[in-house]
Design a protein around this ligand. Structure first.
Ligand code: MLT
Length: 411
């Protein structure tokens, strides 16, 4: 009989968001009249920017004409999109990133998992706790960890706690780690990193020959001009960091699918024979073999984000969601809850009241307010006692959800 990848058996429960959906669907079945408001998974709700829609409609029309029809595109993405990304997202901020170092993909979730393909199995890997679960689960699947402990931590991973005491930014480790996952603006806590904090990580990575996986999927939500949007705003990061970005949240592409990964050509890691190998070459090889690129239509939609109308429309989408975040913050604070995040990030990180566990608070909100959030413990042991609310929803739903919660907690 064929055998399986036994590492999958180490994964204790289902992936966090399907698990939440399972519980919510169970509740909805037994309470068919409940008007459930979902502030759990960070999934966008507002219509796609008109500039992106028009560009995609035009691209569909091009597909209907032999003269402009497109078959397979470059696995790395079309040059016209990569050049716009390089110019707008990086060079305009003083980051020395070339279009050829940008790989267009169908999602940062996929890329943060897939990137492990080009790394060895003997690296020491550090993640924050709490953390976006994909970073941990993909390492478990790849066999980079031992079993889960009672705390739900995996043997072999280095967990860096992020707490209110360190403003949800991890201390630089004292031990040597090879691969480090950082996410700023942070999912789930909504924290941001200062330039000094990123510089400290880059200095650490350079000193230890480590590689930073920098997930900047939420950079579009940064309002404070002092906060860096890219790790490449720290000059030496080109020698030690891979950056992941997405069109999902800033331009509403969660259902359309388009993202990008930056692998600088200066980035090196060691082969078994001790030689230094360019990671760019390996990622290029990996993508050309396992990926056929993002559809032409979607890439034209993503390109439109960089047009004048696209910029205005995405800015207004972001503003809309950040107004939601402000409402969540203000209402919950007014009800006496301690909240973090939600200022330069679309997530609000709430301390559960009365020392309730994260899942108890989840059940309480679901059953008494019919509001869904994400239990902090689902992001790691140090997330216990916290709860994440997403600002991605309609204004009406956010206002109704806050009214239900504040009435409950003020009473
Ligand atoms: C989240 O809710 O954390 C995000 O939706 C996850 C994702 O973008 O994959």
């Amino acid at each position: 009989m064929a055998t399986i990848n036994d590492n999958y058996l180490k994964l204790k429960a289902g992936y966090l968001f399907p698990e939440i959906a399972r519980r919510v669907n169970g509740f909805a079945e037994t309470n068919p009249d409940a008007k459930i408001i979902r502030l759990g998974i960070g999934d966008v709700t507002e219509p796609l920017p008109a500039a992106c829609r028009t560009a995609m409609i035009n691209a569909v029309e091009e597909m209907g004409d032999r003269a402009t029809f497109k078959g397979y595109g470059p696995e790395q993405g079309y040059a016209w999109l990569r050049e716009k990304i390089a110019a707008h997202d990086f060079q305009s901020r003083g980051c020395d990133i070339d279009a050829s170092e940008i790989f267009v993909s169908d999602g940062s979730k996929c890329d943060t998992g897939n990137i492990l393909d080009i790394f060895g199995n003997d690296n020491t890997i550090a993640v924050t706790d709490p953390v976006y679960p994909v970073y941990v689960d993909t390492n478990v699947m790849a066999g980079h960890t031992g079993a889960a402990t009672n705390r739900g931590e995996f043997e072999g991973l280095v967990y860096l706690p992020i707490t209110a005491e360190n403003q949800f930014t991890a201390e630089i480790p004292t031990q040597k780690v090879d691969l480090i996952y950082l996410c700023f603006p942070n999912n789930p806590t909504g924290a941001t990193a200062t330039r000094e904090h990123l510089q400290a990580w880059v200095d650490y990575a350079k000193a230890h020959g480590s590689i930073i996986f920098f997930d900047a999927a939420y950079e579009g939500f940064i309002a404070d001009p002092e906060i860096p949007h890219s790790i490449y705003e720290i000059k030496e990061a080109k020698d030690c960091a891979i950056e992941f970005r997405s069109f999902s949240k800033n331009a509403g592409f969660t259902g359309i699918r388009c993202a990008l990964t930056v692998v600088p050509k200066t980035l090196l890691a060691k082969a078994a024979d001790g030689s230094n190998i360019e990671l760019w070459k390996l990622w290029n090889r990996r993508q050309s073999t396992k990926f056929n690129g993002v559809s032409y239509i979607v890439q034209r939609g993503a390109e439109a984000v960089y047009s004048e109308e696209g910029q205005t429309q995405t800015r207004s989408l972001i503003h809309f969601y950040m107004e939601n975040a402000k409402i969540i913050r203000e209402q919950l604070t007014g009800a006496g809850l301690q909240v973090y995040g939600g200022v330069n990030a679309p997530y609000v990180w709430v301390q559960t009241p009365n020392s309730l566990s994260s899942w108890d608070f989840f059940d309480k909100l679901l059953h008494t307010c019919n509001v869904v959030g994400t239990p902090g413990s689902g992001f790691g042991a140090a997330g216990e006692g916290y709860f994440r609310l997403s600002a991605f929803n309609s204004r009406e739903n956010v206002e109704t959800a806050m009214k239900r919660i504040t009435e409950k907690f003020k009473a």
